[in-house]
Ligand binder design. Structure first.
Ligand code: FES
Length: 126
């Protein structure tokens, strides 16, 4: 029995500067968005936990990405949310950057913050 975690190679992201993000639509179920903060890369599922909107179409400032639809904010360093209208965070993935390129482990390391607001659900629209 294998417990290997699936990884995805993203290629060379050395051109991605601090404060920039890039989406990879073909990785995982909803795609991922990769953001650089203070030199480090972070990856989130590219799907708002509120109502299924690509976060990569939103605004990225500091460590927060803001959903373009209703303004929920998520911390790109751990996937946690900052409050309503989202009820929970989004999956966060480990990123490995080396001289040969970038890979992402597709096992979520998300902080489970659903209890912050007493639970909730997602409105699936796609
Ligand atoms: S879909 Fe993102 S805040 Fe509503």
């Amino acid at each position: 029995m294998s417990d290997a975690v699936e990884t995805a190679d993203l290629g060379d992201l050395s051109d991605l500067s601090d404060g920039e993000m890039r989406c990879f639509e073909d990785v995982g179920k909803y795609g991922i968005v990769v953001c650089r903060v203070a030199g480090q890369l972070h990856a989130l599922e590219d799907n708002c936990s509120h109502a299924d909107t690509p976060l990569s179409e939103g605004r990225f400032r500091g460590t927060k990405i803001t959903c373009p639809l209703h303004g929920a904010q998520f911390d790109v360093t751990d996937g946690s949310h900052s409050g309503p209208p989202a009820w929970e965070g989004v999956p966060h993935y480990e990123v490995d950057e080396s001289e040969t390129g970038v890979s992402v482990r597709l096992a979520s390391t998300t902080v489970d913050d659903r209890d912050d607001l007493g639970g909730g659900g997602m409105l699936r629209t796609r």
